[in-house]
Design a protein around this ligand. Structure first.
Ligand code: NAI
Ligand code: MG
Length: 334
């Protein structure tokens, strides 16, 4: 059996709890993983003066794969997001976010099956802001042809490989005629090279309405960075909450797997976080490594645990702790 070396970043808040749960479930597959832990986030900030030490970034580059817990970012002032910095420094240009219903989970819709593909390196997340006078700030929304074409190709390749029916470009090019206009122009050009796939476009606010009223209208959503971020939480809400939504940050030869959600400071340290999102991200990681059978076993065990419904965390209406829920998944592993 192949052995893998994977960097692990426990992160802040509920991060260490859900990372622990994910490692337990992945260990139960029998796939051999040597974990290389690095402190990032608040602890790293206090020890080294930066929330994202260079050694962690370089080790991920060397190993090619990381499992990451959420990292806290102060609001309104303080240090910039280490998560965004990590994506930019490793050029993890595609953020892949499948949103699927889990039978047994109380949710608004029973059969959602969406894939959000979010551009992950530019847009307003370049983080360039200027005071231009005492009462006015300008933020730069950077959109490039290169990054827009690259994410569009990623979306159409993904849709082709996974036999999806439609790709919808999400934009606000009626208002942002140049920046979102360029994103849309790139999406259209790339769409022309994939005639077997249906291509459509939707203005982001109307898309939000569609998703709340009838998520079945959509399939693969190709989004610039900011809209992808917002639409991801909305879509997670359709299937039962943030505790369920996994994500993969993918670049050329390097990938970082995490949850869509953040560090959930309101429940951190209580042992009640739902680790499903990160466990499903762990399954995506196994598939990325070529361990497709182990990945399928993890997904099946998660589904079976929800079907049985005996050991669910409080966000899912249960009373189980993170550890009890994790043990239930391991017990369901065939
Ligand atoms: P959040 O996603 O951490 O929490 C939003 C709500 O969802 C909270 O009520 C929380 O308890 C709940 N929730 C989230 N994940 C859960 C889980 N696994 N199980 C049960 N309940 C869960 O968003 P919030 O509060 O806006 O952000 C907290 C911090 O996380 C901020 O510092 C933010 O910058 C950071 N963040 C980090 C991300 C990352 O590292 N990728 C992504 C999003 C936010
Ligand atoms: Mg987000």
């Amino acid at each position: 059996m192949a052995g893998y070396t994977v960097v692990v970043l426990p992160g802040d808040g509920i991060g260490p709890e859900i990372v622990d749960a994910t490692r337990t479930v992945l260990a139960a597959t029998g796939v051999e993983i040597e974990w290389k832990p690095f402190e990032v986030g608040i602890a790293a900030m206090e020890m080294t003066g930066t929330p994202l030490p260079d050694e962690a970034v370089e080790e991920i580059r060397r190993c090619g794969v990381a499992l990451k817990g959420p990292i806290t970012t102060p609001v309104g002032s303080g240090f910039a997001s280490a998560t965004v910095a990590l994506r930019q420094r490793l050029d993890l240009y595609a953020n892949l976010r499948p949103v699927r219903s889990i039978p047994g989970v109380p949710a608004r819709y029973p059969a959602v099956d969406l894939v959000i593909i979010r551009e992950n390196t530019e847009d307003l997340y370049a983080g360039v802001e200027h005071w231009i006078d005492d009462d006015t700030v300008i933020a730069v929304k950077r959109i490039t042809r290169q990054a827009s074409q690259r994410i569009a190709r990623f979306a159409f390749d993904y849709a082709t490989r996974h036999h999806r029916r439609q790709v919808t470009a999400v934009h606000k090019a009626n208002i942002l005629k140049m920046s979102d206009g360029l994103f849309l122009q790139c999406a259209r050009e790339v769409a022309g090279q994939y005639p077997h796939l249906k291509y459509s476009e939707r203005i982001v606010d109307a898309l939000c309405l569609d998703l709340v009223l009838d998520p079945g209208r959509h399939d693969v959503l190709l989004c610039p960075n900011l809209y992808g971020d917002i639409v991801s939480d909305l879509a997670a809400g359709l299937v039962g909450g943030l505790g369920l939504a996994p994500a993969a940050n993918i670049g050329d030869g390097v990938a970082v797997f995490e949850a869509v959600h953040g560090s959930a400071p309101d429940i951190a340290g209580k042992g009640i976080a739902n680790p499903t999102a990160l466990i499903l991200a762990g399954a995506m990681m196994l598939a990325y490594l070529g361990e497709t059978e182990a990945a399928a076993r993890v997904e099946k065990a998660v589904l079976e645990t929800y079907r049985q419904g005996k050991a669910l965390t409080p966000d899912m209406g249960g009373t189980a702790t993170t550890r009890e829920f994790t043990r239930a998944i391991v017990a369901c592993m065939d």
